[in-house]
Design a protein around this ligand. Sequence first.
Ligand code: ZN
Length: 257
Amino acid sequence: MILLYFLLSGITGFIGFKVNALTKGGAIAATIVGTAIAYGFEWRGLLLLGIFFLSSTIWSKYKARKKEAIGDIVEKGSARDQYQVIANGGAAAFAGIMMAFFPSNWWLVFFLSVLAASNSDTWASELGVLSKRPPFHIKKRQFVPPGTSGAVSLFGLIASFLGALLIGSVGALVFDVSLAILLFVTLGGFIGCLFDTLIGASLQEEFRCQICGIKTERHEHCQTATLRIKGFSGLNNDVVNFISSIIGGLSGGIWFL
Ligand SMILES: [Zn+2]
């Protein structure tokens, strides 16, 4: 059975690579993440991962033209690389392996909440940037250009909640768990996404182009190395995503206390 899951994950990763949703490294990472999740949660886990992957891909391609302007701010393009895949799916893959060896509902709720947080965050960033009003930076207390880490819009918050709710609802359905768990998973995912914004606003590294002066997450702009103006070195968007997904997972797991 695990071989079948491996093949299924591999084929999905390959398709993702072909439609330019994943880089080659991203496709390999997705295959490993998918297999680890299926190892513990079988087809139900894969289904949820598939929903996350498919909806993220659709939203990232949606109005891609309109998003080109923010390409200068964010570090990476729309094809996910291995770091992004691990940042979003690594904790879920870990839960899959733990579930296989130490089966417990705790790992299930953790897994669902982690995925809810990743889905929530992806929906928020892919849809939030389309908000007609500029987002509000929670630390600078001012409106900033769309795509800036650490900023929120009402539209983005709604997208974030719906992203978490989708994983919570499908998860509750296929795993046949209580309504309370659905609630905790959804809230856990939403909290994870909020932490993402919070860390993005405060601790995440940010750079400034020495040529054109734009603030960016990129290490290079105008073919010149950018200068770090805030945050901890190495605490980039991927690391922040990874930490936030774990915070989301643990927040959902509070249900058991
Ligand atoms: Zn520049």
